[in-house]
Design a binder for this molecule. Structure first.
Ligand code: NAD
Length: 348
């Protein structure tokens, strides 16, 4: 039986990856390591918690001795590393927290894997999950490819870029078998409502303002989270060692257009007259260092591994909105407590 360590599996994307691996690979023993920060929630993976091939481990990847102890207890065959501080606005407030988790935490995992596997890398794999934000900002034209130079602008993207470089360096220097993916913005169920789509769905439900940064012309490429999990599964099993793959939805939206679309769909779903939710749009002071446009060229993963998104944006958004409307209790639970304080400070 293969032992697989997935970090950050109580978070948004990690929970989808853990669910997929636990259900699809009964022959794997899946260990989900998560510190359960404000963004991690065991409710996100409640449906699989009693499966015999699943173990949850609460712990902090920044704690080197804890990570070494975990690796001394278990001989892992693979690591899928998703644990991270992931919110750009929070990185502007507290950059050091991002260095600790995203850089030092990744280093601890890299060292533990290298030390455990160093006598025989055969059949082992370290998979680092990263973001397209490491590439910086695009103008009106062009797409990020795997050879685009790194040019991060926020403390979040700088910390992720740094961790990507370390992963690559461990591959070159020590021969660590790694794969790395850089993905565009995800959306879907179990997404913490500080990120645009769940934040706006939640605020529309509760008749709260919809804070749009600057003029709303920032452009993002959106991918349904379950399609990201499918891509991660594929790259983990079939990607080539020491390769990077970009993952994206070929689905660019200006923030303001996306917000208007959300308002329109939500008005229909909530039985409100057309235009009601749009009145909640409030333009707020721009985020410093805000990248104008991200867009991914995902042709490498498409031609080499045969991956492409399985749902259209309309289908993915429909599933997502329906999920939040049927899981209002989940939304209420995660928007209480410390999140509330942060939210009030951020948007008051
Ligand atoms: P998330 O914030 O929803 O989840 C992160 C998880 O990591 C949480 O469960 C949290 O408890 C855990 N965690 C944080 N610090 C930890 C620590 N020190 N030790 C152990 N666990 C810790 O993030 P997400 O959106 O699911 O992103 C997952 C990964 O995918 C990140 O590496 C992120 O950079 C990357 N990514 C995200 C997106 C996106 O759109 N969300 C896009 C591309 C790449």
């Amino acid at each position: 039986m293969k032992k697989i360590l997935i970090t950050g599996g109580a978070g948004f994307i990690g929970s989808h990856v853990v669910r997929r691996f636990v259900n699809k690979y009964p022959e794997y023993q899946i260990f989900n390591l998560d510190a359960l920060t404000y963004a991690g929630n065991l409710e996100n993976i409640k449906d699989i918690e009693n499966q015999s091939n699943y173990t949850f481990v609460k712990g902090d990847i920044v704690d080197e001795s804890f990570i070494n102890e975990l690796f001394s207890l278990h001989n892992f065959d693979g690591v899928l590393h998703l644990a991270a501080e992931s919110h750009v606005d929070r990185s502007i407030e507290d950059p050091l927290a991002f260095v600790k988790t995203n850089v030092i935490g990744t280093m601890n995992l890299l060292n533990a894997a290298k030390n455990q596997w160093k006598d025989n890398f055969e059949g082992k794999r370290f998979y680092h999950i990263s973001t397209d934000e490491v590439y910086g900002s695009l103008g009106a034209e062009g797409l990020f490819t795997e050879t685009t130079s790194y040019d991060p602008n926020s403390p979040y993207s700088a910390s992720k870029a740094s961790s990507d470089h370390f992963v690559r360096a461990y591959g070159e220097t020590y021969g660590l078998p790694y794969v790395l993916t850089n993905c565009s913005n995800n959306y879907g169920s179990y997404h913490f409502p500080e990120k645009l789509i769940p934040l706006f769905i939640n605020n529309i439900i509760n008749n709260k303002p919809l804070p749009v940064y600057g003029d709303g012309n920032y452009t993002r490429d959106w991918l349904f989270v379950e399609d990201h999990a499918i891509a991660i599964d594929l790259v983990f099993h079939e990607g080539k060692n020491h390769e990077t793959y970009n993952i994206g939805g070929f689905n660019e939206w200006k923030n303001i257009d996306l917000v208007k679309l959300l308002c329109q769909i939500m008005d229909q779903k909530l039985g409100r007259s057309e235009g009601t939710s749009q009145e909640l749009i409030t333009y707020v002071k721009d985020r410093p260092g805000h990248d104008l446009r991200y867009a991914i060229d995902a042709s490498k993963i498409n031609t080499e591994l045969g991956w492409k998104p399985s749902v259209t944006f309309e289908e993915g958004l429909e599933k997502t909105i329906n999920w939040y409307l049927s899981n209002e209790e989940w939304l209420q639970n995660v928007t209480s407590g410390s999140y509330k304080e942060y939210y009030q400070k951020q948007y008051s």
